[in-house]
Design a binder for this molecule. Structure first.
Ligand SMILES: *[C@@H]1O[C@H](CO)[C@@H](O)[C@H](O)[C@H]1NC(C)=O
Ligand SMILES: *[C@@H]1O[C@H](CO)[C@@H](O)[C@H](O)[C@H]1NC(C)=O
Length: 406
């Protein structure tokens, strides 16, 4: 008898160790669409129909992805953010989708999305209420995890509003455990480091966060204007040394959504946001009315050379080098194209100043070490420019990108 008891104890210990996040998901950064950035708490459907968060909107995004090449380009997750539920849980203790805006429920949406080979995401908060004061998951982790699994959710964004600092450090781990217990693979998107840093003014243990979450928000919500993108780029540049070591397949720092399609960026600014996010191997989540995406934006979002940088299997976040106050060179190591040990490199020069900037560098200064030929490609035009050696000096003029939108 004693022997059996010891054996069971060991089995329980082992279980504890295998309950860590190892769900095999998000091996490349997730790509898709999320409602918040543009639709926010879009509940005023009668008075503000152009910002209505409802079933029709979600179906229309799925149709766009399916019919217009976004799915082929890798856009996959369609994620409903805050404000999807009724104000109160049902008598059975469950969250209920808003009756008017989601009349056929979430399973219906999931089925529609899955039938097109796409994936479905939803949202909750570890606190008692969501950030917009809808019911949150505190005290209901098991019930809610089961509901999300039953509805066919593939991705869960979990916010951290209205809770104590110490609770953040246990809540995400516990909720992740309940998600795992459902048996349904769900990408687990956490906001843990953001709330630690900007609400509670402490630092998250990113090693722990990376252990329990597939992706995590580090910085403020993006808003739909260029200075927000400049702010995100500065933060990720300044924090690069701290965060890049935790960035890898299945574990991603998340700078928040792309703002393309919201008529808030110039063409060059749009190029900067997508390119820099790709250089970071960041999630690429659109948040816009898909009907308002301009042709140049669509071309950018479906530029497979650019997407390939972001989806590179090594998932290495680019390293920044400040060439002057306004000019940053981002350098990313990628999977060796020739299957040898020499990385392919991507370089991105970002000028946030008001004047033309000039850069002069050779790839060898930034780690390119093959003695073979490198072929230089302009990712935006798809043109192979020239063959060089690692020592060749490249001279580049970078026009200012910070121009106000005309
Ligand atoms: C649950 O966790 C185990 C151990 O890490 C993992 O092998 C399994 O894939 C996870 N299951 C789900 C559904 O996430
Ligand atoms: C680079 O070299 C390859 C192999 O010699 C050749 O096929 C290609 O045309 C060259 N590309 C350019 C842009 O010169």
């Amino acid at each position: 008898m004693a022997y059996v008891a010891v054996f069971m104890y060991i089995a329980a210990m082992c279980l504890h160790f295998v309950e860590l996040l190892n769900n095999g998901l998000a091996l490349t950064p997730p790509m898709g669409w999320m409602s918040w950035g543009y639709y926010m708490c879009g509940v005023e459907c009668e008075t503000v129909p152009e910002k209505c968060l409802n079933e029709q909107l979600i179906l229309s995004v799925a149709d766009k992805f399916y019919r217009e090449g976004y799915q082929e380009a890798g856009f996959e997750y369609i994620i409903i953010d805050d404000c999807w539920s009724e104000r109160y849980r049902g008598k059975d203790g469950r969250l209920k989708p808003d009756r008017k805006r989601f009349p056929r429920g979430m399973k219906f949406l999931a089925d529609y999305i899955h039938a097109r080979g796409l994936k479905f995401g939803m949202y909750t908060n570890v606190g008692k209420d969501t950030c917009m004061r809808y019911p949150g998951s505190r005290g209901h982790f098991s019930t809610d995890a089961k509901a999300f699994a039953e509805w066919g959710v593939d991705y869960l964004k979990v916010d951290g509003c209205f809770v104590e600092n110490t609770y953040l450090d246990t809540a995400y781990i516990k909720l992740g455990h309940h998600l795992n217990k459902t048996g349904r693979p769900m990408v687990f998107s956490c906001s843990w480091p953001y709330y630690k840093k900007f609400i509670h003014h402490t630092n998250a243990d990113l090693e722990q966060v990376a252990h329990y979450c597939n992706l995590w928000r580090n910085y403020h919500d993006v808003v739909t204007h260029w200075p927000a993108i400049v702010g995100i780029m500065s933060y990720f540049r300044d924090q690069n040394n701290v965060i890049r070591q935790f960035h890898k397949p299945g574990q991603w720092n998340d700078p928040d959504m792309l703002i393309l399609g919201t008529n808030s960026l110039t063409e060059s600014q749009s190029r900067v946001q997508v390119a820099v996010y790709a250089m970071w191997s960041a999630p690429l989540l659109l948040s816009c009315n898909m009907n308002r995406i301009k042709p140049f934006e669509k071309q950018l979002l479906q530029n497979m050379d650019l997407i390939a940088i972001g989806q590179d299997a090594l998932g290495i976040m680019a390293t920044p080098y400040m060439l002057d106050d306004a000019l940053t060179l981002w350098v990313k190591r990628r999977l060796p194209a020739k299957g040898n040990k020499y990385h392919t490199f991507s370089f991105a020069l970002v000028n946030v100043g008001d004047y033309d900037a000039f850069a002069s560098f050779s790839p060898s200064e930034y780690g390119a070490d093959s003695t073979d030929i490198y072929t230089v490609m302009d990712v935006f035009s798809g043109v192979y420019l020239k063959n060089i050696t690692r020592k060749t000096v490249l001279d580049v003029v970078i026009p200012p990108e910070a121009l106000e939108k005309e």
